[in-house]
Design a protein around this ligand. Sequence first.
Ligand code: PMP
Length: 373
Amino acid sequence: MRSLGSLTRYAEGRLERLRDAGQHRTLKPTRRMAEGRAERAGRGLISFCDNDYLSLSCDPRLIAAASQAAEQFGVGAGASRLITGDGPLNEQLETRLAAKKGLEACRVFGSGYLANIGTIPALVGKGDTIVMDALSHACMHAGARLSGAEIRIFRHNDLAHAEALMGDAPGQLLVLTETVFSMDGDLAPLADLGALCERHDAWLMTDDAHGFGVLEQDNPAPLQMGTLSKAAGAYGGYVCGPAPVIDMLTSRARSLVYTTGLPAPVLASALSALDVMDAEPERAGRAKAHAAHFCKRLGLPAPESVIVPLIIGEEARAMAISAELEEAGYLVTAIRPPTVPQGTSRLRITFCAGHSQADVDGLADALQKALRS
Ligand code: PMP
């Protein structure tokens, strides 16, 4: 009982500090539906803040594929992939993903987060150096820390700074960045970064979570990871690269070795998503056209992706605008520190294939009104 008391007191103290810092978060149960629709607390809303960019998560074809796979293979993988959890859909998905990325081989992980925290420490360790973009996702930072390598962080997309940090780096150099930055929607200068890595004999690894299926760029990186939980509408992560590297990950990536394989319905829905991406490239085009139209309406610079950040600055104001939008029927969650730097609280607005032009115009009107008030 004594230890339970101290545990509760510890949590209460932590909660108080989180509340004081404005960092106490709560869950908001939401039912997501097709075409960017959502329901929260019994109210119908149009969501402009999820990552279901191609509106595939509720697509009947993916649902049918998942149901069929559940019938055929069951709903759980039963064990790690190295035991009996490596059902046949894993290999099919890996073959398709490697081909899509133009790389030799691929390994599917339980999630994008697991892919990063397993792969980075499998590649480098103590005595090596990681040079990474400051705005790389939390799971790249986590993977870097887990590796034990020295971490050097360059200013966002500042390649001169990156090069300066590479100069006297001990051991093997691993360079990490995102292709499309999750909270800013801008792109990494991949060609120049590739050339820089070439000059310094550094390995470049990119996180394509927000590009995959929406904004496929020429990418010189020999190691490319991504997720199946955003444009692909399903779940899971992947890493593509040279066959020996992928083979090595199977033995060394702890987040692959020591965790259960993905359920067959999830793998089947990801495979179905790849079919839809190939058959209907116009879906990505629609999401991009919505983002461009919205930016034009608000007088913002043309977007580089389907993610449009509206930097508000103060946390309270971002929250108030988000609440006003929700009142008007639009779901746009405010993103605050520590997810983004202090003073850059923002509305992260994302566009998807299922939105209509009327949805986008409606959001633009509501936002203009909220910004005036
Ligand atoms: N990388 C980036 C850039 C992300 O935005 C995310 C998800 N927010 C991830 C990795 C993690 O992917 P997953 O959700 O599949 O764990």
